[in-house]
Design a binder for this molecule. Structure first.
Ligand code: CP
Length: 311
C-alpha cells in the first residue's frame, strides 16, 4: 500500500486496476470506508479550477472536513518553507495535504523529511499529474474496458505537459500503443521510448483515443510565444472541423482542460458526441475519492511510511 500519492512511478498496473474499480464503485453509489473525523487541506500555489474543486468535492464526499488554505494569505508570503507550513498544518490536526506547486518534483524533499501527514501531488510544474492520469485511465477503461493494444495519440504541448508525462508512463505499462504529435521541438528525448512521432493527419484516422494537450502559454519562452500562431497550430496540430470526420466512429477525444478553443480543437468539437472532456472531469471526483481513501485507510497508514516507487 502507499501512503502518499505523488507520481505515476508509484502506480503498478494492479494498483491502477484497484483504483479504477473503486472509483467506478463510488460512481455507482458505494459508501466510503474511512475512519472519521478526518481533516484535509488543499494548497494550490498555481491556478486551478478542476483539480482544486474536484479534490475538495472528493474530500467532502468521503466525509472529510476541509480546512481552507490560500497561499497568498498564508505565512508562506513571510518566507515560511513549504515543509514548515505542512508541519504546522499537521500540528493543528490536518492529516492530508493536496498540493499543486510550480517546482518540478517539489514533493521529493518533503517525502525525505517524513512529515507527519499524507501528501497528494495535484500537479508539479511540468513534472507529474497523477490524479489527472488516474481519471484519464478511468475514462478510457469506462469506454473500452481494457488498455492492451489500444491506440492512443497524445498531441500538443508535450514537453510542458505533466499530464503527458504521467499518462504515457502508465498507458505504456498497461499495454497501450502510443504515438505523439505536435510541434516537433516539444517531442523531446524523454518521449522517444514511449512511442514514435507522427504527423497529426496520420494519427487521427488510426487512434482509439485522441488525447489533446493544452498549449501552456504560461510556460512558453518569450521566443516560443513570439513565434506562435494560433491559426497555424490549429491547422497543423489541432483537431479541426476538416480533420474530425477522419476519426474512427468508435474513437474518443480527451483533453485535460482548460481548453484553448479554436487552438487544440475546433470550438464546436469541445462538446461533440465523441468528446469525453466533461466526462473526464466528472470521473475525476470519484477517482480522487478512491485515491484519497487508498492512502488514508488505516492499513495504509500502519507501520513505516515507505513510499512504493516501483519503476
Ligand atoms: N486539468 C487540470 O489540471 O485543470 P486545472 O488546472 O483547472 O486544475
Amino acid at each position: 500500500s502507499i501512503t502518499d500519492f505523488v507520481s505515476a512511478n508509484q502506480v503498478t498496473p494492479q494498483l491502477a486496476d484497484l483504483l479504477i474499480q473503486r472509483a467506478e464503485a463510488f460512481k455507482g453509489g458505494a459508501t466510503p470506508n474511512l475512519p472519521l473525523p478526518m481533516y484535509a487541506a488543499n494548497l494550490f500555489f498555481e491556478p486551478s479550477t478542476r483539480t482544486h474543486t474536484s479534490f475538495e468535492m472528493a474530500e467532502r464526499k468521503l466525509g472529510m472536513t476541509v480546512l481552507p488554505f490560500d497561499p497568498r494569505q498564508s505565512s508562506v508570503t513571510k518566507g515560511e518553507t513549504l515543509a514548515d507550513t505542512l508541519r504546522t498544518l499537521a500540528a493543528i490536526g490536518v492529516q492530508v495535504a493536496v498540493i499543486r506547486h510550480p517546482v518540478n518534483a517539489y514533493y521529493q524533499s518533503l517525502l525525505a523529511e517524513h512529515l507527519p501527514l499524507h501528501i497528494v501531488n495535484a500537479g508539479d510544474g511540468a513534472g507529474q499529474h497523477p490524479s489527472q492520469m488516474m481519471l484519464d485511465l478511468m475514462t478510457i477503461h469506462e469506454e473500452f474496458g481494457h488498455f492492451k493494444g489500444l491506440k492512443v495519440g497524445i498531441v500538443g504541448d508535450l514537453s510542458h505537459s505533466r499530464v503527458a508525462k504521467s499518462d504515457m508512463q502508465m498507458l505504456h505499462d498497461l499495454g497501450a500503443e502510443l504515438t505523439f504529435s505536435g510541434p516537433k521541438a516539444w517531442y523531446t528525448k524523454e518521449f522517444e521510448k514511449y512511442g514514435p512521432y507522427e504527423p497529426m493527419a496520420d494519427i487521427v484516422p488510426k487512434v482509439d483515443v485522441l488525447m489533446l494537450l493544452r498549449v501552456q502559454f504560461e510556460r512558453l519562452s518569450e521566443a516560443e510565444k513570439a513565434e506562435f500562431s494560433e491559426a497555424t497550430y490549429h491547422e497543423r496540430f489541432g483537431l479541426s472541423d476538416q480533420l474530425y470526420p477522419k476519426l474512427k466512429k468508435s474513437a474518443i477525444i480527451m483533453h485535460p482542460a482548460p481548453v484553448n478553443r479554436g487552438i487544440e480543437l475546433a470550438d464546436d468539437l469541445v462538446l461533440c458526441p465523441q468528446s469525453r472532456i466533461f466526462q473526464q472531469m466528472h470521473n475525476g471526483v470519484f477517482m480522487r475519492m478512491a485515491m484519497l481513501e487508498q492512502i488514508m485507510q488505516p492499513q495504509a497508514t500502519e507501520g513505516s511510511r515507505v513510499h512504493a516507487f516501483t519503476h
